[in-house]
Design a protein. Sequence first.
Length: 243
Amino acid sequence: MKKINKKILLITSFLTSAALYSADNEIYIEQSGATANIDVEQLGISNLIGGLGSSAGSLTPLDLDGTGMTLDINMIGATNKFFGDIYADSFTGLYNFTGSTNLFTIQVDPSNTYGADSSNHNVAVTGAGNTFTLNQGTSAMAATLDLDWIIQGSNNTITSNINIDGATQYIDIDGSDNTLTYTGTGVTASAGGYFYLDQTGGSRTFNIQQLSTQDNDWLKILSTGSSGTICVIQNDQGTSLSC
């Protein structure tokens, strides 16, 4: 791909027969270069934005390499899938999902190619039965990450694994039977992590672990609702604990 320094819209749709594949529309994007601005919108059911092995028509990737990039994803409908690998510093990700049983799995710089510093992710979800996973960084490479989730609906599953170094994560959940799993780790003594959860709804399940080494972590939870399980672990180079 050519390097690009202006706003672009990349949509390559592969329309496939329902008799052959489960996906209706598929998007394949591979981008290298700094300051790319990518906007993608899919409407309907059983659509796919490729990456992480994909499936249906055997896509791969969504693969973005560079610094200062912005990715804006808008998926409206049910049983849609968004997968991807992002290798970037100063990356901005805007993800909007409206509908049920959607699947979102993304990893940012797991091999420490660029460092994954100074990223800003905003995930907005309206619907039920969705599964979302966002993993960022290697050893304390998610420095000053700003990660925000707004979840409206029931039976959603949110998983986040971050190597924190001054990272902030804010989660707003409104709905019942939602499951949240967060693990924050770090190896430097320069900056800890901040986690804030504001949740309303019953039968929730939360497993939250802040495991920075020789550092200070901050955590705040506001929860309203009946029944459910909440597990919180903060471990600063101490004995391993579990709920």
